[in-house]
Design a protein around this ligand. Structure first.
Ligand SMILES: [Zn+2]
Length: 280
């Protein structure tokens, strides 16, 4: 399998990582995309993958840095010849978001295109959306995809119904990839990461950056820091770790982050950059 980390930044703008979360995974004839953050279409193009080729999009959660270019991605693929359906899987609420884009935000644009190019297939006939419940969520001869709820701020008092966030596990091509999403250590993440050949985790802060009550709360309840991600990977038995979703950092701070993780995890660690490719 080929993993391309299309976007590795966050809402905090970083010239080193201008794109936000989007992960492309290719195997056989399949092209899966996880999240559709800032710049996803441009990043796909740079990676040599035409947006019409994406057959399935999985969303981890609805923070805007993970979905902000969803509409742009769908519309651009459509305007550039998409004729095959695209499946979109995500937490409850995903169907409403897609409906808002296609039936409201871009409704006039879609009507305009269908008027001026009447042979075009209506994009609404090509987009198939499923709001997921945890468990086995996609099953084909070549692959299985599982999803589980994770804890991305839920322990601050948000129920899973109010703030549903998912991690995924892709089993295909004799390999297992865990896609953690934004999360702290939790049972759902452990299930998705178990014995993964590659585990992709968000790691916002180096331990050194956790120096205020606000940052402590963030690290404990919302998104893991470098003091946790190595422990999570080791406990899960993951072989390789791809870290992403970094707050902007100096080279020294990033080196400190890696050292933190190496204390807890002895496998290979990749510090993802926009466009980085990792083969499994
Ligand atoms: Zn998030």
């Amino acid at each position: 399998m080929k993993i391309t980390m299309l976007g590795t930044g966050t809402p905090i703008l970083d010239p080193q990582r201008p794109a936000t979360t989007a992960i492309l995974i290719e195997f056989g004839l399949k092209t899966f995309l996880f999240d559709a953050g800032r710049g996803v279409t441009a990043q796909l193009l740079k990676s040599g993958v035409h947006p019409t080729r994406i057959d399935t999009l999985f969303l981890t959660h609805h923070h805007y840095d993970h979905i902000c270019d969803l509409g742009e991605f769908l519309m651009t693929a459509w305007h550039n010849g998409r004729q095959q359906p695209i499946n979109i899987f995500g937490p409850p609420g995903t169907a409403n978001i897609v409906a808002a884009l296609l039936n409201h935000v871009y409704a006039r644009d879609i009507s305009f295109t269908l008027f001026t190019a009447p042979d075009t297939i209506d994009i609404r006939h090509l987009v198939r959306v499923v709001d997921l419940a945890p468990g086995l969520v996609a099953l084909q001869e070549q692959e299985r995809v599982y999803a589980q709820y994770i804890n991305h701020g839920n322990s601050l008092g948000l129920s899973e119904a109010e703030w549903p966030c998912l991690a995924y596990r892709l089993e295909a091509d004799n390999a297992v990839i865990g896609i953690g999403g934004d999360t702290v250590a939790c049972a759902g993440l452990t299930k998705m990461a178990k014995n993964a050949d590659v585990l992709i985790l968000s790691c916002y802060l180096a331990s050194k950056e956790v120096e205020s009550l606000g940052m402590e709360v963030l690290t404990e309840h919302v998104i893991a820091s470098s003091g946790d991600v190595g422990k999570i990977a080791t406990q899960a038995g993951a072989k390789k770790l791809i870290l992403t979703h970094f707050r902007p950092k100096s080279a020294d701070l990033m080196a400190a982050l890696v050292k933190d993780v190496q204390r807890d995890f002895s496998g290979t660690i990749h510090i993802a950059t926009d466009g980085m490719v990792i083969e499994v």
